[in-house]
Design a protein around this ligand. Structure first.
Ligand code: FE2
Ligand code: FE2
Length: 279
């Protein structure tokens, strides 16, 4: 498959302009049509699509990496434009989710789940196709499904919780999934937040496709909230797998991104709003 990925929502902007927000979305133009992966938090999606000449009406399907508000918050605004469209995601998409931290010995609880009711989104035309298994989106394009947690160093974020069967528990984030594209130069992996772990996701993508050449990884990695040890082990694994281009951003954070720049040099690019990858 040939195509182009353009970052539409991201925390930062470059000289190219657009609006920054804490969130992630990417627009895919491929031989098999155009797709929207994630929708940001809802502040810049439509504005940035217009800014970068990406036709919202050409979107064939919407794919959601997980239910967090900073990836699902633009759903209503895009559905208002698009009307009927399929939305591919995991069955846990609508779980109530919280970020819980301590400040001055007090608990600070922030709702970070999907901010829309399913029925509302359906009334706008959203047709949810929820599935937890690896699946084909179109020829040469796949969704990982649930990613097995296998590496010893990818621990998940202890501040993330979900309400499951009436109880608030550490969020397993089983809905976290990524998009895999098979190009002639190798796999292209598009991450939302990679809550399952960047390397777990990469290894799962390689295992499912049977391909071990990796052209690019883009998207959020959640390494901003990981230990220095996890960042180091991640760098080592990316070197081992000879990933050609690393275009991460969003919840990667500047510390981990700087580490990647130092290690990978020109193979790293900062996936800001308007940044593109042609494959
Ligand atoms: Fe995120
Ligand atoms: Fe997330």
């Amino acid at each position: 498959m040939k195509g182009r990925i353009t970052i539409i929502c991201e925390n930062t902007v470059s000289f190219k302009g657009g609006v920054g927000e804490h969130g992630f979305a990417a627009y895919l133009e491929t031989e098999r049509g155009n797709y929207l992966f994630d929708t940001g938090r809802g502040e810049g999606l439509v504005q940035n699509l217009m800014k970068f000449d990406k036709d919202p009406l050409a979107i064939q399907k919407i794919i959601l990496s997980h239910g967090h508000h900073d990836h699902s918050g633009g759903l209503a605004s895009i559905l208002e434009l698009l009307g009927e469209v399929e939305i591919l995601a995991h069955p846990d998409l609508f779980l109530a989710r919280y970020h819980i931290s301590q400040k001055d010995e007090k608990e600070v609880r922030r709702f970070v789940g999907m901010k829309f009711q399913r029925a509302y989104l359906e009334s706008l035309g959203g047709k949810f196709i929820l599935e937890g298994k690896f699946r084909k989106v179109t020829t040469d394009m796949f969704l990982t499904g649930e990613v097995p947690r296998q590496t010893p160093f990818e621990k998940g974020d202890p501040k993330l919780f979900a309400e499951i069967e009436g109880k608030l528990i550490s969020d397993p984030l089983l809905d976290d999934q990524s998009l895999i594209l098979e190009s002639s130069q190798g796999l292209v992996l598009l991450l939302g937040c990679a809550h399952a772990g960047m390397i777990n996701t990469l290894e799962h993508a390689m295992g499912k496709t049977g391909k071990d050449r990796v052209y690019a990884i883009m998207g959020g990695t959640h390494l901003d909230f990981a230990s220095p040890q996890q960042v180091e082990e991640t760098v080592a694994a990316l070197k081992k797998y000879k990933v050609e281009h690393i275009g991460v951003s969003h919840c990667t954070g500047l510390k981990a991104a700087s580490r990647f720049v130092a290690e990978f040099g020109a193979r790293f690019f900062f996936g800001q709003v308007g940044e593109t990858l042609v494959f």
